[in-house]
Design a protein. Structure first.
Length: 462
C-alpha cells in the first residue's frame, strides 16, 4: 500500500492511525538495528502526535502518515543536530516551516534520519563522532550515498507507508536516491522555505522529498512548497497542484559529457534504455562539466567557514568545562567535536575568502557560477528537461571509499553540482540495475518547473 492509498483509508476510518504508528515504529526499529538509518527514533513524540490527530476533526492531506525528517531540519523539542556531535543535546524551541506545514496536514514525525555532518559528503560516511554509518539497503558493504543517506535507506527498506523529508546543497537528495533505488526530488531554491533548516551553504540549501512513488513525491512537494515571510529567499509564486498531471509532451536533451568516460557502463546503458522510447536530442555543456565541481566546493566551503563559526561551545549544543581564554576554549571544543571533513571545509573556505586570495578563489568562483547558470539557461530556451545520470557509478563499497582521496570523493558530484549551483529543480529516478545495484537518471528543469519533473517521472512509470 502506498502512502496515497493509506491516507485515503485512514481518513475513511479503515485504518487506525495510532495502531499504524505503533507498527511503523516497530518496523523502523527493527530495520535500524541492522542498517543505522535513524539518529533518533521519537516513539513517545510520534504516538502523542498520532493520538492527538486521531481525536481531531481536521483530516489533512497527510492524515496519519509517518514521516521521517533529515536531522538538519529543526523539530521543536526533538534533538536536532544536523548529524553532528557538536550540536548534541540541542532541542529547537520552534518548528521549521516545513515541519509546521506537515503537522498542519496531519503528518506524524517518527524520527530524525542519519546524514553526513551538516551535509558534508556524498556517501554518508562523514557521520558525527561516534555515530553509526547507514548501510545500503541492497548490500550492507556499500554506502547509501549522502548526505541524506538515512532518509533514502529507510525509504527503500520500509514496507509501511512513509515519506522522507530530505535536503540537498549539492546533490544530497539525488545521490542517495540513486544509490538506494528510490525517487528524490530537490525543488527550486526558494520554492520551499529554509526557515528552520540548519545551514550548510545559504545560497544553495534546499529541502526536498524522497519516496518510492512519484505520487507521494507530488503530494509532499505540494504540502511543503510556498512563500514564507520568515525566509527572505523564498519566493512568492503560485504553487501548482502537483498531484494532478499537467504536461504531456516534454522536450528532452541528453548531455553528451554525462555519458562519456568516467561514467560506469551500466549507468549510461540503463539511462539510454530508459529514455530510448522517448524522443531526445544531444547537447554539450563544457563549462558545467569542466568547472562545476571546483566552483561548487569553493562557494560552499566559503559559506561553511563563516556559518560554522557560531558553533563554539557557547550558545548551542556541546559545552565543555570553561577553561583558558576564548581562543583556548573555542579551539578545544571545535577540535574535539568537529570531524575531519568539517575541519577541512572550514580551513579551505577560510583560505578562499582571505584577503589576498579572495579575488583569485571565492570571487572568481562566483563569476564562473554565473557563467554555468547561463549555460543552463540557454538550453532551457529550447528544451524542458536536461538529462544526465544521477551519479556516475553504483554505490561504492565502504572499503573503496576509504581509499578515495578527498578530490576523488568530491568528483562523484559531477552530475549534481551544476543544477544545485544554479538552484534548478531536479529529480533522481531509478533507471535500472547494474551488478545488482540500482542506477539513477537525473532530470533537471528550469526554475519553478518542478511540475515537469513530476510529470516526466509519471510518464516513465507507464
Ligand atoms: N556531496 C556534496 C557535498 O559534500 C553535497 C552534499 C549536500 O548536498 N548536502 O557538499
Amino acid at each position: 500500500m502506498n502512502s496515497i492509498e493509506y491516507i485515503k483509508k485512514a481518513k475513511n476510518g479503515e485504518i487506525d492511525i495510532v495502531e499504524n504508528t505503533k507498527k511503523t515504529l516497530e518496523e523502523i526499529k527493527k530495520i535500524d538495528k541492522e542498517y543505522n538509518y535513524f539518529i533518533n527514533i521519537n516513539e513517545n513524540y510520534s504516538l502523542n502526535q498520532a493520538e492527538k490527530i486521531s481525536k481531531s476533526n481536521k483530516k489533512g492531506k497527510l492524515y496519519g502518515l509517518p514521516i521521517s525528517i533529515k536531522d538538519c531540519v529543526c523539530v521543536k523539542d526533538l534533538e536536532s543536530k544536523a548529524g553532528s556531535k557538536i550540536l548534541e543535546g540541542y532541542k529547537p524551541v520552534y518548528d521549521a516551516t516545513v515541519i509546521q506545514k506537515i503537522k498542519d496536514e496531519g503528518g506524524i514525525i517518527i524520527g530524525k534520519t542519519q546524514q553526513d555532518v551538516f551535509g558534508f559528503g556524498s556517501f554518508n560516511t562523514n557521520v558525527g563522532k561516534g555515530y553509526k554509518i547507514p548501510k545500503n539497503p541492497f548490500d550492507k558493504e556499500r554506502t547509501t550515498g549522502g548526505s541524506s543517506g538515512g532518509g533514502s535507506g529507510i525509504t527503500k527498506k520500509i514496507e509501511m507507508p512513509h515519506i522522507a523529508v530530505t535536503e540537498s546543497t549539492g546533490g544530497s537528495i539525488a545521490a542517495p536516491a540513486s544509490y538506494c533505488g528510490v525517487i528524490g526530488l530537490c525543488p527550486t531554491y526558494g520554492r520551499v522555505s529554509r526557515y528552520g533548516l540548519m545551514t550548510y551553504s545559504n545560497s544553495m540549501d534546499k529541502i526536498g522529498v524522497t519516496s518510492k512513488d512519484i505520487e507521494e513525491i507530488a503530494l509532499m512537494t505540494s504540502v511543503i512548497s510556498g512563500y514564507d515571510r520568515k525566509d527572505s529567499t523564498s519566493k512568492k509564486i503560485e504553487i501548482p497542484d502537483y498531484t494532478k498531471k499537467k504536461y504531456d509532451k516534454l522536450k528532452l536533451v541528453l548531455v553528451k559529457e554525462s555519458i562519456n568516460e568516467g561514467v560506469e557502463e551500466g549507468v549510461s546503458k540503463n539511462l539510454i534504455n530508459l529514455i530510448d522510447k522517448i524522443k531526445y536530442d544531444y547537447v554539450s555543456m563544457p563549462l558545467n562539466f569542466k568547472y562545476s565541481i571546483q566552483v561548487y566546493y569553493l562557494c560552499t566551503m566559503s559559506e561553511v567557514s563563516t556559518n560554522l563559526s557560531m558553533l563554539c561551545g557557547m550558545r548551542y549544543g556541546m559545552h565543555e568545562k570553561l577553561e583558558g581564554n576564548f581562543n583556548e576554549y573555542f579551539s578545544k571544543v571545535r577540535s574535539n567535536n568537529f570531524v575531519k571533513e568539517a575541519k577541512r571545509r572550514i580551513i579551505i573556505g577560510t583560505f578562499a575568502r582571505m584577503s589576498g586570495f579572495r579575488d583569485a578563489y571565492y570571487l572568481k568562483a562566483l563569476k564562473v557560477r554565473t557563467k554555468i547558470i547561463e549555460e543552463y539557461k540557454k538550453i532551457f530556451k529550447k528544451y524542458d528537461l536536461i538529462i544526465t545520470p544521477s551519479m556516475p557509478n553504483i554505490a561504492p563499497k565502504f572499503s573503496d571509499i576509504n581509499k578515495m582521496t578527498p578530490l576523488e570523493n568530491y568528483m562523484t558530484d559531477i552530475m549534481t553540482a551544476g543544477p544545485n549551483l544554479a538552484g534548478f529543480p531536479h529529480i533522481s529516478i531509478p533507471s535500472g540495475f547494474s551488478k545488482d545495484m540500482p542506477t539513477g537518471l537525473l532530470a533537471v528543469a528550469n526554475h519553478f518547473q518542478e511540475h515537469k519533473l513530476i510529470d516526466f517521472a509519471r510518464s516513465l512509470k507507464k
